[in-house]
Design a protein around this ligand. Structure first.
Ligand SMILES: N[C@@H](CCC(=O)N[C@@H](CS)C(=O)NCC(=O)O)C(=O)O
Length: 242
């Protein structure tokens, strides 16, 4: 069965957290909005979202279609996919903790997004620059250290060892933690360079994920879209302290 992932075709964005899980597992999937075939492309994605026949429509991309199942919200998609892809721990308490970590990633991602869109999602960054500057300063100085320090603490406290966030093997929140470090390094290179030394275990986790055979192949492929200023993690030097 080929999974059908629907997400904006020109950005990593939130879809990237799902792409990484599918890629790590070597799963068969089609990135539907990036294609030009039947049922592919952005128009088809929008038509599907608006389809009145869909009893449980997604509010926004990314969403995944697996046969009869249509499922949205990154953390929910990963909760669903994790066991199928071998990226979820076995014990219930561990599965819930993995989900908890993923929901925390959702929170950081929203805050990262809000540094360039603090007032109005539908307006340009250029129309909310003073507010963005304030928001980004707090994000750089307080929130990045608090969130990444939390992941560092979780790694240090893992009874199965500090290689992975949950248990003794890679699970989907590890892939998302990798992507957080990637994105934050892209958007806030100065702030990250100043603080990174505080999170050695998280950085080691990032490097471990980057070296994973399937992930390394993906990162070197054309399927990995480059970061850009349309995504969640945007490089605006003025938001990184000038
Ligand atoms: N909490 C959702 C957020 C989904 C979301 O905001 N998607 C963005 C793209 S990254 C979107 O297209 N939003 C349209 C909208 O909010 O109107 C998730 O984690 O999947």
């Amino acid at each position: 069965m080929t999974y059908r992932l629907y997400y904006w075709p020109t950005i990593q964005g939130r879809g990237e957290f799902v792409r990484l899980a599918l890629e790590a597992a070597g799963a068969a999937y089609t990135d539907m909005a990036r294609g030009k075939g039947e049922g592919e492309g952005v128009k088809a994605m929008m038509a599907l979202m608006g389809d009145k026949a869909l009893a449980r429509p997604p509010f926004a991309p990314p969403f995944l279609v697996d046969g009869e199942v249509t499922i949205a919200q990154v953390a929910n998609i990963l909760f669903y996919l994790g066991p199928k892809l071998g990226l979820t721990p076995d014990a219930e308490a561990d599965r819930l903790f993995a989900h908890q970590l993923q929901l925390t990633v959702t929170d950081v991602v929203l805050e990262a997004h809000d540094t360039h869109h603090p007032i109005d999602n539908g307006a340009y960054y250029e129309d909310q620059k003073p507010e963005a500057a304030k928001r980004a300063k707090a994000f750089r100085t307080d929130r990045i250290p608090k969130y990444l320090g939390y992941f560092e603490r979780v790694l240090a406290a893992n009874p199965a060892g500090d290689a992975w966030l949950v248990g003794a093997a890679m699970t989907y929140p590890d892939l998302s933690a990798f992507q957080l470090v990637e994105g934050l390094r892209y958007a806030f290179p100065k702030a990250m360079a100043a603080h990174e030394h505080s999170w050695p275990k998280l950085l080691a986790l990032h490097d471990r994920v980057a070296a994973h055979k399937n992930i390394a192949a993906y990162l070197g492929s054309e399927r990995r879209i480059a970061f850009n200023e349309d995504g969640i993690f945007r490089r605006y030097p003025e938001l990184d302290g000038g």
